[in-house]
Structure formats: C-alpha cells, structure tokens
Design a protein around this ligand. Sequence first.
Ligand code: 13P
Length: 284
Amino acid sequence: MIVSTENMLIDAKNRGYAVPAFNIHNLETIQVVLEAAKELKSPVILAATPSTVKYAEPEYLVAIGNAASKKYNIPIALHLDHFRQVDLIKKYIDIGFSSAMIDASHEEFEENINKTKEIVKFAHKKGVTVEAELGKLGGKEDNVIVSEKDSMFTNPKDAVEFVKRTNIDSLAVAIGTAHGLYKTEPKLDFERLENINSIVDIPLVLHGASGVPNDSIRKSIKLGICKVNIATELKIPFSDGVKKYFIDNPRANDPRKYMLPGKAAMKEIVMEKIKLCGSNGKAL
Ligand code: 13P
C-alpha cells in the first residue's frame, strides 16, 4: 500500500535529510522515479498537480501507485500537489491518495487557515497527511502564475500561528524559490528559514527546487527542509531525450522505443536529486 508522508518526513527531520517529491505525469514518469528510488533505496513522494490528475485520471494514478508499492519495497507516497479546491482534495483522498497539499496561499490568512483546517480534519481521519503553504511562491506551476511582485516570503510569526491553528503535518515556506526556471540565480533567505525552523516544529517543504544551486538545496536541508519538490528539471531531459530520438529516427512511431531515451535521461536527474537530498539508503 502507498503510505502517507508522516513517517518519511519525521525520519527526514530527525536524521537531517529531505525526501524528494517528484512531479509525475504518466506511467513512464512514475516508472522512472520508482526505479531510481528503488535502486538507491530512497523513500519517495510521487506528486500530481491538478492538471496531472485530470490528465492521467485519479483512479489510474492510485492503481499504479498501489501496484508499485507491492513491486518495490520502499515507502511511496502519492501526493496531491498544489490543490486549491477543497472538494477535489476530499474526492481524491477518497479514491486513494495518501497525502495532500491544500494550497490556499493566495487567500487571506484567515481564509487560508479555514480551508486548511477543513482538509486536515477530513484527511487525518483517513490517515492522510496534509501540507499547506504560507507566503506566496512566484513563477508558474500548473496553470497558476504568480508574478515576482506578487510573491511574498513566509512570515515566521504567522507560520507559528498557522501551524498551531491548522494542525498540518508539513509547511511549505516561501523563502525565495519560484516554480519553473530562473532568469538569474535565486538567492534564498536562509536567515528566514532558520528562524522559521527554530520556532515551528513540523517538517518544512521547499517548492520550486528546479534550477536552485546544489549548495543552496543542501544548506536549506540543514536548516530544516525535509521535502524538496522537483518538476521542471525532470520534464526538460525527458522531452529532450524524446526530441533527439525523433531527430535521429524521423520515421519512428513506436512509443515503446521513443519513450526510452526520455526515461533514461530523466532517471539520471532523479538519481542525482535523490543523492542531493541525502535520502538514498533511507528507505525504512
Ligand atoms: P519546479 O518546477 O521549479 O521544480 O517546482 C516544482 C514544485 O515546486 C512542485 O510543487
């Protein structure tokens, strides 16, 4: 069975590493992530955004997740990433997702608390863990675009109140990362992260990890990040691998062949990121 993120993230916090959450889109990308995680004995989170769930369909994703957890002897969580609609989160939890992010970070503080509390109440009864976000990340994720001027860093005092009142399991913080690729090297606000980590006792989550220098990822893990979200940096090698295959084989038409170079290129990055997070060898 797929598991919630509870034990994974607590172990990560206790032992000073992070569990990578890889955004997946279909059977092939799930296979890549799980083969890499299995080889490196890493716990892993398969993250699906609203448009991925719409595209791949929740029942298929849950069935693949459950089949995979029997095949691979590692902890696997199936996570709803950046969901804004309370009713959809409840529906997909009932179908079998084991972890959920309610992203009401665009709402006013009180409304963010109210929506998050409603999901926590529902999810915890079913053994499902909940992540929420405070502050606002810039960039584009799924169909949501937040401009640089509308992005907002997490306020540490608000974070304490938010965690206490919502009873969430993990908190996504805005400390200078953005979704998608960066125009210039991102400068993370480590002081803010350290401050939040010293007063909030649940695992912290870093979104928008694609394009963040390795040293910054390592440093943020040292300062309390227990889950690192990666999407764009996987999509690029996968599609580049497939594109190259078609350039070399313009008459190709067999998905079992043209998908392979994409999968191989993506797997290399997944393995790199697992090692970067330090989750290799941590499958309990
Ligand atoms: P990137 O696309 O920047 O890796 O962001 C992924 C993410 O945060 C998914 O929630």
